[in-house]
Write a protein that binds this ligand. Structure first.
Ligand code: NAD
Ligand code: IPM
Ligand code: MN
Length: 370
């Protein structure tokens, strides 16, 4: 059997609570279907800082690099607000993305039929929604240099972040978006701010040129990113695949999350380039949400984003498409049955905690697999 090495990084806050539900799925799959997942676990974020003063250790980075896929929970929290910027919890996540060269972050926003009434938008606006945000993840203002605070010496300081994109970075992320669009509704919307940013001008040029050269069968639209945010809440079903930079992708995917009912619903896959010899991609699967300090430790977090991230792992890292489909169907079925964690609770439904939601999805998944 092919190697199936998973490296689990539960992290902080609700990260470990959500990861616990995935651990149950992995154990059940190994036991019932002989899937042969080998798991190892490490520390990231505040929990890593508390243990050894770094947001992720070199030893755990080595394990992440050697794994077939990394499953990531969430990092951060007020406890670590005072720690130095270089070792803040979020630095561990950024190092993983950068060192594993995970440039393509796929953030699907699907509104499950049972949740159409849970969104803050009208049901007809979100019903049947199925969009995919393709966020560039290793460039832009997150990593551009200089990035510093300098003392101007007159009682003033200057904070500097630098937005940088090279042609190859825009080409490879838009290539991923075009390829994925071909498997969906064949429509890409590229979002930037070419009206104020030079990187936006280049982004637009490169996407347009690649489209002309290789993907003219795909419908391509360009939208200014601020207008894109507005259109996402006005009529999100106009979109199929959205491709955008690191920062806009971060913000637009939180907006898209609320279309689906809750941040606790949105999974993501962060993928590297296929290896020239083996064709395998480095990959990390991470919910879009954070450590949710306001509900951490209470057993009420929604584990669906983490479980759906594992479904993406089955699909993209192990080509276990049937299992991924069944796991996603199990999530939909449990929602149809009326089970809800607090964040997606509505009248007449049954409120359950993290663990009961995970158990119900596991039971449905096993039933669908028989
Ligand atoms: P957050 O995503 O942690 O929480 C925002 C809101 O959504 C909160 O009210 C929270 O309770 C709710 N929420 C999020 N996930 C949920 C879930 N699974 N179930 C139920 N409710 C859920 O964002 P924040 O409060 O802005 O950030 C908190 C910390 O998390 C910060 O330190 C931030 O840097 C970090 N963060 C980490 C990641 C990550 O690890 N990938 C992502 C975003 C934010
Ligand atoms: C996300 C998060 C991260 C980001 C933070 C925690 C570094 O908000 O994954 O959406 O900004 O990319
Ligand atoms: Mn974010």
């Amino acid at each position: 059997m092919a190697s199936r090495k998973l490296f689990l990084l539960p992290g902080d806050g609700i990260g470990p609570e959500a990861m616990g539900e995935v651990r149950k799925l992995i154990a059940a799959m190994n036991e019932k279907f002989g899937t042969g997942f080998e798991t190892d676990e490490g520390l990231v974020g505040g929990s890593a800082y508390d243990a050894h003063g770094q947001a992720i250790s070199d030893a755990d980075m080595e394990k992440a690099l050697a794994a077939d896929a990394v499953l990531f929970g969430a990092v951060g929290g007020p406890k670590w607000d005072p720690v130095p910027y270089e070792v803040r919890p979020e630095a561990g996540l950024l190092r993983l993305r950068k060192d594993l060269a995970l440039f393509a972050n796929l953030r699907p926003a699907i509104c499950y039929p049972a949740l159409a009434a849970s969104s803050s938008l009208k049901p007809e606006v979100v019903e049947g929604l199925d969009i995919l945000i393709v966020r560039e993840l290793t460039g832009g203002v997150y990593f551009g240099e200089p990035k510093e605070i300098i003392d101007l010496g007159n009682g003033q300081k200057r904070g500097i972040d630098t937005q940088v994109y090279d042609t190859f970075e825009i080409e490879r992320i838009s290539g991923v978006a075009f390829e994925l669009a071909r498997t969906r509704k064949n429509h890409v919307t590229s979002m930037e701010k070419r009206n104020v940013m030079k990187s936006g001008v280049l982004w637009n040029e490169v996407v347009t040129a690649l489209h002309k050269a290789k993907y003219s069968d795909v419908k391509l639209d360009h939208m200014l990113a601020d207008a894109g945010g507005m259109q996402l809440v006005r009529w999100p079903k106009q979109f199929d695949v959205i491709v955008t930079d690191n920062l806009f992708g971060d913000m637009l995917s939180d907006v898209a999350a609320m279309l689906t009912g809750s941040l606790g619903m949105l999974p993501s896959a962060s993928l590297g380039a296929p290896d020239a010899v083996t064709g395998k991609r480095k990959a990390m699967y991470e919910p879009v949400h954070g450590s949710a300090p306001d509900i951490a430790g209470k057993g009420v977090a929604n584990p669906i984003a983490m479980i759906a991230s594992f479904a993406m792992c089955l699909r993209y890292s192990f080509n276990m498409v049937t299992e991924a489909d069944k796991l996603e169907a199990a999530i939909a079925a449990v929602l149809d049955d009326g089970l809800r964690t607090r964040d997606i609770m509505s009248e007449g439904k049954t409120e359950v905690g993290t663990s009961a939601m995970g158990d119900a999805i596991l039971a449905k998944f096993l039933a669908l697999s028989n």
